[in-house]
Design a protein around this ligand. Structure first.
Ligand SMILES: Cc1ncc(C[n+]2csc(CCOP(=O)(O)OP(=O)(O)O)c2C)c(N)n1
Length: 581
């Protein structure tokens, strides 16, 4: 059937298109709203949509493009990766309650990392055969939930069920507005099969113009207070985990820090490139080293800026916390002190701070210069020590992870994107370009990295995503689903293979340093042995696989693997055999 008015984008008022059912209306709205991909893991609930995609293809409508992903966690992680590099909202659909539960870890990750997803799932047919789309398979009874959204309600900003055809446009727009308004995050929409299958001939909607979404702006008085504190600080300290979520905020942070000689430190929850690591004001990845001496602390988008059991700000120190939700209100408990809350997007907040400082009497230039030089020395000494550590460990056999990290740092370039779930030591890699490093979400729902890298590759086809993960993390990725996707989206996976879950082992040693497990050298539930030939799994999917045991071979092997991805356009996996702690 022909479209009644095809150039929907250019029309100013409502347009009408020919459709067969609600599902097609739903796809029309998403197409109009600029949704490029539809990450799907299908079931019987998808029938009206799959039919609708066929009609779209026949009519030459290229978006949203359906992308089959064979595991829900991978689908959500891919959407996460795509949104993380583009900032665009992503749509995922899974199969009823069972698909929702498989995707849940990915949703928890997206929620804690403020990733805008329209996460959708079918609803098993409600009617028992009376209506088109009603139950006709035995699963349709058992897959019904009393409240399907209840299993993820805590981790989405909004959930709703599409009730009828008349709602389609409004529901999609509401989902987009809520997911994309700061703080961004996933929303959940369930789509009952009878509603999707309901027959209609025409759909009228209003084409969207350029869209704007909600962003909290900084409060002028709070900015003035923060500017005064920073100006008069003797030992200021910036701590940030997620400022680099918006690359423009990194530029603003550099300008502010250079103007005031502010040192920047990055805690463990290091999700983005927040500050160029070679900048003399970058003081590494342990804020707690500097916290006790700081008199004014500017925390920017950092959920856990320090561990209170290890150290606290000194009495009288003042804390400014900046972020779209600086109290992390979705965390049940988090009580880091705050004297000046700055509820704003960091780009706007940092700019406002700089402007406010410009209107104040400037601090003594000489004092700032001295501070800059002092900090630059600390920066230099840190780098020298890190380099010395790598050099000291370069011949270790089995391989040390610090050395693997150093090697990854030597091979990366401006076209590579590092995705680190576990074991890359951030201090061994110098990165100065925002948008080229991504760390695991604070929720650490393991297995995120591989799917996220596939999403990065889809969004930036010319890039070489390099995934750094432990052998433990690799298992959680739903690896065969990821390798399956990587057949068309080649990425490089580096498995830091220490044949165990060292993080879990470490927690036992930490809590019970003289306990049974340590004394008996008996750590149950921690070892991943016998270790298989992980590289062969990539080979099964047409990829380049290599096992690396010689520390001198890491850089050459990384180069071979990057070449496989970049030139041969096939995936690669390096199985790097590391020390088993
Ligand atoms: C879904 C999920 N299950 C379990 C955990 C608990 N966990 C945290 S780290 C870790 C082990 C990771 O092992 P690996 O990737 O090999 O890194 P290593 O600790 O050995 O450095 C586990 C199981 C988690 N974070 N997420």
């Amino acid at each position: 059937m022909a479209i009644k008015r095809s150039s929907a984008k250019k029309a100013s008022g409502p347009v009408s298109v020919s459709i067969d059912n609600t599902a097609q209306a739903y796809l029309e709205v998403m197409r109009d709203r600029g949704i490029k991909y539809f990450f799907g893991n299908a079931g019987t609930d998808f029938a009206p949509l799959i039919d609708g995609f066929a009609r779209f293809a026949a009519e030459g409508k290229g978006s949203p493009k359906p992308v089959l992903v064979p595991h829900e966690f991978t689908a959500v992680s891919m959407a996460h990766g795509y949104a993380m590099v583009t900032g665009e909202p992503q749509v995922v659909m899974v199969h009823v309650n069972v698909g929702t539960s498989n995707a849940l870890t990915g949703i928890i990750n997206a929620s804690r990392a403020n990733i805008p997803l329209i996460f959708t799932a079918g609803r098993t047919p409600i009617t028992e055969g009376e209506v088109k789309g009603g139950r006709n398979l035995h699963i349709h009874w058992a897959q019904e939930s009393f409240d399907q959204a209840s299993m993820l309600r805590e981790y989405v900003k909004w959930d709703y069920e599409l009730r009828c055809f008349a709602q389609v446009e409004k529901v999609v727009d509401r989902a987009l507005n809520i997911a994309m308004s700061e703080p961004k995050g996933p929303v959940y929409l369930s789509l009952p099969r009878e509603v999707l299958a309901e027959e209609h001939e025409e759909f009228t909607y209003t084409p969207a113009g350029p869209r704007m979404y909600g962003k909290p702006g900084p409060d002028a008085e709070a900015i003035r207070q923060a500017a005064l504190l920073l100006k008069d600080a003797e030992n200021p300290l910036v701590i940030t985990s997620m400022a680099g979520k918006n690359p423009a905020a990194v530029e603003e942070l550099v300008k502010l820090c250079e103007g005031l000689a502010l040192p920047v430190t990055i805690p463990m929850s290091n999700l983005y490139l927040n500050f160029p690591t070679d900048h003399p004001l970058h003081l590494g990845f342990d804020p707690m080293q500097f916290l006790p001496d700081a008199d004014v602390i500017l925390v920017i988008e950092a959920d856990v800026p320090w561990f209170p059991h290890r150290c606290k700000p000194k009495p009288g120190a003042r804390v400014i916390q900046m972020g779209t939700d600086p109290f992390f209100s979705r965390y049940p408990m988090r009580t880091f002190p705050v004297d000046v809350p700055l509820v704003c997007d960091p780009e706007a907040g940092l700019k406002a701070l700089r402007e406010a400082l410009g209107s104040l009497r400037p601090p003594r230039r000489k004092g700032l210069q001295e501070r800059f030089q002092r900090l630059a020395k600390v920066h230099g000494a840190q780098r020298a020590a890190w380099k010395a550590t790598a050099e000291r460990l370069r011949k270790e056999h089995p391989i040390d992870m610090e050395w693997v990290s150093y090697c990854v740092g030597q091979v990366r370039d401006a076209d590579t994107v590092l995705i680190n779930e576990y074991d890359l030591r951030a201090n061994q890699v110098s990165i100065n370009e925002p948008g080229t490093f991504f760390g695991s979400p604070m929720s650490s729902g393991l297995g995120w990295c591989f799917g996220a890298a596939l999403g990065v590759k889809l969004a930036k086809p010319e890039s070489v995503p390099i995934i750094c993960m432990g052998d433990g993390a690799y298992h959680f990725t739903a690896a065969t689903a990821c390798h399956f996707m990587a057949q068309k989206l080649p990425v490089l996976a580096v498995v830091f293979n220490n044949q165990c879950w060292n993080a879990v082992k470490g927690s036992v040693i930490d809590l019970y340093p003289k306990g049974w497990a340590v004394r008996e050298k008996h750590f149950s539930l921690c070892d991943l042995e016998p270790a298989p030939a992980y590289e062969k799994i990539a080979e099964a999917f047409g990829g380049y696989g290599e096992r690396v045991e010689d520390p001198d071979q890491i850089i050459p092997a990384l180069k071979r693997a990057v070449k496989a991805v970049r030139q041969e356009k096939r995936q690669a996996l390096l199985n790097v055999i590391c020390k088993h702690p």
